[in-house]
Structure formats: C-alpha cells, structure tokens
Design a protein around this ligand. Structure first.
Ligand SMILES: [Zn+2]
Length: 354
C-alpha cells in the first residue's frame, strides 16, 4: 500500500511540476477564442515589465502592477484588484497550456494602471515606437489625376512627410517607404514594412471616382474574411518573427505558421481600432465626413504583417476637396488628424471591445 502512495506521490509531483512550468515562455502570444482576441499573461507581463506568478493548483495568476495586486483565476469572469472583485466581459482561459486574458484586459486594466505611474509620452512609447508611413504611388505611377492636373502621388508624399515630422516630434520613429518622387512596387513596400520591426503601417492615398459628388476621408482595413492561415503560410518563410522570436520553442515552419496566424488575427482587431480612431479625429478636428471600410483587399495591406490601415484622405475628383487638397494648410490638418488618430489608438484605454 505504501508503495502505491509513493508512486502516486511521484506522479503528482511530476504532474504539478509539468503544470507549473506550463504558463511561462511558451508559444502562445495571442489567440482567438470563441470570436474574442486573447493575449497570454506571459507576453502581457513581458511587454510591461511586470512581475507575475502562477499557482497551478488553484489556477490563479497574480500580477503586480504599480503597487497594486491583480489576481485572476482561470474560468472566472472577474478579477481581483487589491482584493476587490471587478467584472470582466469574457472569462480568463487557458490555451495550449498557457493562461490567456481577453485582449481588452490589456487596454482596460493593465494600461491605465501602468499609465498612472508613467508620463503620457512613456505610455505612447509602449504601444507605438515605430510607424511605417507609406506615400502611395510615385514616379511613373501618378495615381489619380484631378481635372486640373493635380497628381495623387504628390499629395500623398506631402501628407506622408508632414505626418512623419509630427510623429517624430512625439518621439516615435518613422520609416518611409519613399521620401521622393520614386516608383516603389507594392511588394517592395510590404517588404520594407515587414523588415522594419514597426508597430503599425499607415498608407496615404487620395481617392477618385466618376461620381464627382463623392467626398470625405475613408480609412480602409483588410477584409477580415481573408484567410489568415493562408497568409501565415505565405509569410512564414519570408518574414522574420523579430518581435516574437522569444515565444517560439524552435524554428519549425509549422510553429511559425501558427504564431503568424495568431498575430494576423490580433492585427485585424488593432487595425480596426486604429481606423476608428483616425475617422473619429477627422470628424472631431476637421469636421469632415469619414468612414471606416472593413472590406479592403489592397495588396499593400494584405502583404504587411502588422496592424495597418490605408487612408484615402479625400476625393481629387470632387472639386471642393481638390481645392482643399491643393492647400498646404489643409494637408497639414490631414497629417495632424492621422497623427492624433495614431496617438489615440496608442493611448486609449477603453476601446478593447470590437
Ligand atoms: Zn492611390
């Protein structure tokens, strides 16, 4: 009988030891469960430099944030902040042996607590350190041309340069896919972005339509129906997982594809938030019509593997907007709207539920 207990004890120890190491550095960074984006506690803690522990017996995570204690239990729809229960919209979960929290937990709980102890500029830096600004068209490709001969490529480059300067003033680094009147193929633009280790991709364009009454700013996000698994397989061998390499157990193509799939899924959510923030600021700061368009299938967005949007700043085919786009003051206003949208996206604590 005592042998049986000894064996049982050994098995229990082995099992517990196995469980205890499970939530540490593992594959999962982000995942999608029942239609909701989740992020692993490990990567959340790593991103903000937080100390955390996991008790496998009670399946409880404890995170220390700025002298506050957060306690989470797998399966619960609430968390404890300094012992006080706070409601959660979605439950804490486990995915592939890793404790994951709803993505909104990061924005609604962790970020506000971190921000209270850091100046605003620091908070911006956490989410957005580097932006790829892509001025559409260029060189032999003029893009749209207005009735009086205004070329889209020139409008795009001017606004892109103004946006880059504004972002740099906020201590955000900028990579421009072009900073002169040059033709850059779409694949090259995506490649520049993918190898830049940037946080977001913003492409600047001006619109045109045979219906000359069309006007307003539109922000396009990639169509969420585009299969991320296929995109992940395509990107797998061509793009380095610079930022996510410490999440990988090895370099197997299958694991990389899974990680890319998760990253691309989370990127959809982030792109939509960014698009909404830019549109909101266009209405708020410039008083112009603006719309988020979710069904885009632009090659440059499909090929970039970070949250990204394509901003159509206005219609060159509309005489009123053509006149405005020719005005440098107005182009500066548009650059400021896009910059403010990026800052809002980077700092807004309450936009996690999409
Ligand atoms: Zn264009």
């Amino acid at each position: 009988m005592s042998r049986f207990f000894l064996l049982f004890f050994i098995i229990l120890v082995v099992l517990l030891a196995g469980c205890a190491t499970a939530p540490s550095e593992r594959l999962v960074d982000t995942c999608y469960l029942r239609g909701v984006s989740y992020i692993s506690v490990a990567s959340l803690a790593r991103a903000y430099g937080l100390n955390w522990t996991y008790d496998s017996l009670s399946q409880t995570v404890r995170i220390a944030v700025a002298n506050r204690q957060i306690s989470l239990r797998v399966g619960d729809r609430f968390y404890l902040l300094d012992g006080q229960a706070q409601e959660l919209k979605y439950p804490i979960d486990i995915y592939q042996g890793v404790v994951v929290v709803p993505y909104s937990f990061k924005r609604k709980v962790i970020e506000p607590l971190v921000k209270k102890t850091a100046p605003l500029a620091g908070a911006v830096a956490i989410k957005i350190r580097k932006v790829v600004v892509d001025a559409g068209h260029g060189g032999q490709d003029p893009g749209a041309i207005s009735k009086v001969g205004v070329k889209e490529k020139d409008i795009n480059l001017d606004i892109a340069k103004r946006l880059a300067a504004l972002l740099q003033q906020k201590n955000i680094s900028v990579i421009m896919t072009r900073n002169s009147d040059r033709f850059i193929p779409l694949e090259k633009r995506a490649e520049i972005a993918n190898f830049s280790d940037a946080d977001i991709f913003v492409s600047i364009h001006a619109n045109s339509n045979r219906v000359r009454s069309f006007k307003g700013l539109e922000v396009y996000c990639i169509n969420s129906k585009i299969d991320n698994t296929i995109r992940a397989q395509l990107v797998n061998n061509s793009v380095p997982l610079v930022r996510y390499k410490d999440c990988l157990l090895d370099n197997s193509p299958l694991l990389k594809t899974i990680v890319w799939d998760m990253i691309l899924t989370a990127n959809h959510v982030d792109s939509l938030m960014l698009a909404k923030d830019i549109c909101r600021d266009a209405r708020r700061l410039l008083g112009i019509d603006s719309e988020v368009i979710k069904e885009a299938n632009f090659q440059v967005l499909r090929g970039t593997f970070m949250p990204g949007v394509l901003v159509e700043v206005g219609y060159l085919s509309n005489s009123e907007e053509e006149r405005l786009l020719k005005n440098s003051w107005y182009r500066q206003q548009l650059a400021e709207v896009i910059m403010q949208g990026i800052i809002d996206y980077a700092t807004r604590p309450d936009n996690g539920d999409i």
